[in-house]
Design a protein around this ligand. Sequence first.
Ligand code: ADP
Ligand code: MG
Length: 818
Amino acid sequence: MTFSGNNNKLIKEWIRTLQKSLTIETENKFINTLGRERYFNDYLHESLKKLDNLNLSDEYLRIFYEFSKKYSEYNKLDENQRKRLIIDTRKNLYKLGKTQEIESSNIISNKVFLNKADSSLSFDSDISLIKNVGKVYKNKLNELGIFHIKDLINYFPRTYLDYTNRVKIINLKPDNLYTCIANVKRFYIHKSKKNSNLSIMNIVVYDETSSIKVTKFFLGRRFRSYSFFTSQKSLYTAGTKLAISGKVKLTEYGKTFVDPQIEILKDNNDNYNFSGKILPLYSLGEALSNMSFIKLMKKVLIYAKQYPEILNKKQLDSLSLLSKGESLINIHFPPTQQALIESKKRLVFDELFLLQIKFLLRKRKTNKNVTSQQLPQKKSLLKEFLNNFPFELTKSQENVLNEIKKDLSNPVPMSRLLQGDVGSGKTIIAIASLLLVIEKNLQGAFMVPTEVLAEQHYKNLLKYLNPLLVSVELLTGNTPQKKRKEIFSNLNNGLVDILVGTHALFEDKVIFNALGMVVIDEQHRFGVTQRNRLLNKGDNTNLLSMTATPIPRTLALSIYGDLDVSQITELPPGRVPITTKIISEDNLTNLFKIVEDEINKGKQAYVILPLIEDSEKMNLSSAKKTFKYLSEEVFFNKKVGLLHGKLSSQEKNEVINSFLKNEINILVSTTVIEVGIDVPNATIMIIYNSDRFGLSQLHQLRGRVGRGSTKSFCYLVTSDKNGLENKRLCVLQKSNDGFYIAEKDLELRGPGQILGYRQSGLPDFVLDNLPNNKFLIDKAREEAIKIVSGDPDLKKNIVLRNILIDNSDNKFIHDFLN
Ligand code: ADP
Ligand code: MG
């Protein structure tokens, strides 16, 4: 239901008078004030049902009738109940008022032709309440994570097609996007002979400069019917004026618009939809069409203006940012490229700003509860451990360990990110740090992304820590029920010192007696949410996050906030750099000879594949098939093993153990071995379909070799003939430096691809826009510091506070703000 401008005024006046008397009654402390003619409650009772000429939606009619009834009983209510009732009434009046404002602003801003607001809907409404959204459509939207109108508005386009480039036919150049205004000259439509599902429409159009062919394809049986053909024919009669937007291609018939957007312009009305505009393209999978999504968006975008604004006018001006509402509208339907840039800027700012506020609150919280963990020391575990370790720590390792020691002697919990290239020896540092908290009678958790790696760490820990009487347990998704119970109980009463494991550690049943430190290995494989869940299992828990995939400083600051960063900058001595070669699939025979030689020298090889089994969809090599081929044909006289994610954990362990003991010469595997596996005797790494992996991932895979003192080789197998992908692979060939490779990866794929939402807590679109908006990170930080230092509990910044509580999965935010 919509309102006329006149009606709008009536409603506003009605709201204003009611709010006035509600204010007076509140000021009088709910005594049922006697007005000039009537008691407050009688007045409300009457006014709230006198709605006939207001033209309200059914929903609001119902709401206000209910209130009206309640006011007739007002005298029977106690003070608190009266207060509650008044607050509720005010809220609903306020909400109605808001929809009116939108309505009136809609009349002015019709740049993007938003639909008018429906007073029964709001920003928070369920999408099923939108007109014409049926059950089927609703389900499809739900699958995309869209449940409320606000989710829809926050579903940003993946990219855009810019049709603002309007030109005359004579000036059209191939391979560019254009909009043309032209008239129909001839029209044909026919069924494709080659494809029984396809119809093809051709229109010749002209303007005062020239003419051009326009081709459109219709896929689907229903587009082959007689009635469809005649309906199209009647649309495109000779002389009809069209706006055609799309790509011009050079075909055998000369320049042609191929599958453009076409809009029929009625009269001289330029009021068309997307021709000449910037068209948003959404990631919708196969279930939804972009156009229907756009139509839906136009229905709801008007509610973007209800989005709470966290910046005041002064801030907006000084930061030269758009208002939230405006930027939400523009991100979907940008009138110009500049407007798009501006709205991205605002939206990116908000995400960074909120994140920085969270960091600051966390820091404040941890500073507030300064309860130092000064318990009697067990003994010097660390010293003993280092004595037993067969190597000297590298200078770098020593420096990092000292930084950690310093952190731990400080009452504020440690939050440290340890970056160190593949093979630089991070595990030792992790063990050493855990021992430092165990010396204080606290417990440690060692979080690992895969079961295989968890097993490996577990064994290492047993080896080094059993002699020191430190108790270690392993918990994964496959730990048997009985063992699980035992672990939970021993963990709870403090008998377990270190718990190593996979995602199973997040489970609610995992309760520590006194968790002192969380170590996260390969932290880029985890999300911020997961990390926080584990930290929340203790008070003032220290955090050591480790990664071999470093990210540039500016990004680190924006996504990890106040995490301190340590780096291991050297590899242990005696390592020989790995030689990397790109080879074509046709060249495998030669490669197999090299492998054979190496095995005969007692060394081992990995062969990595992107898939476990062959798939119809993808023309890629699979582990199972390659295993069969290698074990039966090429290396039938050697021992070949197979490892992949579908094996049971017992099977996986057996394979890894045999490989570790050199009972397997060649391990054929998927990327389950990607992170952390440490078998120093392996010297050959072969990666099939290497162009399918990210650079950092390839670097990780390559890092499985070169761990001993023998020269190692990595072969990147590719079928890519034109060498385009090879450009990427060349980065690896040239460099063994994980930092450099990570920078390149970032450059080539963008931060969204690499960091992802899970890891960073930031939406992809923010990540992808960071490199162009580095200054925003500083601004967001500055602004956040201003807010938190002036208003540490966010008592004055209620809107901000509510948004934080709403969006936050962090216990500390809730604890802190509630
Ligand atoms: P990553 O940093 O990739 O996790 P690891 O911790 O797995 O590396 O260490 C790689 C290998 O280097 C292991 O075999 C480990 O025992 C060895 N290592 C670690 N520190 C040293 C050192 N200071 N001297 C010699 N070898 C070391
Ligand atoms: Mg490691």
